[in-house]
Design a protein. Structure first.
Length: 255
């Protein structure tokens, strides 16, 4: 099976004698699948499982092929147009690889990218434009802060950020005492935003960090559930102290 073969499969699935489900799909109906498949690729990468990565990349590619087939049916573009577009863009944005330019650092490369985007009409009035609103909030905050930092709007050292975090925590506690829900929400949002800034400053992707913590939480909680089941007990019958003990046990087992 080669790439052309995959395109033929997609065309057949959308044909008059094709699959009823595939035939009724639209760009709108496929949006959740596109996002889901992208995240399944990320999950496979996190697990370090090459076979799973291969499979999930195939599923993601299938979604791209699906969208290209819909566009072809509408007379807009096809897969070859998509490939040409990205190929031309990469060549134009990498003159230090495909031309005579010389960029020695990642910062110089990024500066050229911004200039090239201006030529392509991709940059509007603000450097913050172009970051998708549909990104997960942690990732979007990280991207926006990174762009602002490139323009020089950044903290000088992480210690200053930690002081800002202490300040935001105090304001959050004050909001809790007032019991004003709108203020509580605002202050909690400020805490998240500062934490994203801290993560960016120390070179950690906040989305990745939180996803890994969630995985740890699931693993440790499952240990509590399974250990309780082995002893014929329900979680609802256990004390918090008993569950905490099993939680600590799970942490030790996975060190």
């Amino acid at each position: 099976m080669d790439f052309d073969g995959l395109l033929k499969i997609m065309k057949a699935l959308r044909s008059e004698k094709g699959c009823p489900w595939d035939k009724e799909q639209t760009r709108e109906s496929l949006k959740p699948f596109l996002v889901e498949e992208a995240y399944e690729v990320i999950e496979a990468i996190d697990e370090g499982a090459p076979e799973k990565i291969k499979e999930e990349l195939g599923d993601l590619l299938y979604q791209i092929v699906f969208h290209c087939q819909i566009a072809k049916e509408r007379g807009e573009f096809d897969m070859s147009d998509v490939i040409k577009k990205i190929g031309d863009k990469m060549i134009a944005r990498h003159p230090h690889v495909f031309g005579e330019a010389e960029y020695k650092t990642p910062e110089e490369v990024l500066a050229h990218w911004e200039e090239q985007k201006k030529k392509e009409g991709k940059l509007r009035e603000s450097i913050l434009e172009g970051v998708p609103k549909t990104l997960p909030s942690l990732l979007r905050a990280h991207r926006l802060q990174d762009r602002a930092a490139r323009a020089g709007f950044d903290w000088e050292k992480v210690e200053d950020l930690l002081k800002k975090l202490d300040e935001e925590l105090k304001e959050f506690k004050d909001a809790l005492e007032k019991k004003k829900q709108s203020e509580i929400e605002d202050e909690l949002g400020d805490i998240f935003f500062v934490l994203v800034n801290v993560s960016r400053f120390v070179g950690v992707n906040p989305e990745d960090a939180l996803r890994k913590t969630i995985s740890k939480f699931i693993s440790r909680f499952r240990h509590i559930e399974m250990t309780a089941a082995e002893h014929g007990r329900k979680l609802s019958d256990m004390t918090l102290e008993e569950m905490d003990e099993l939680w600590d046990e799970a942490k030790e087992l996975r060190k």
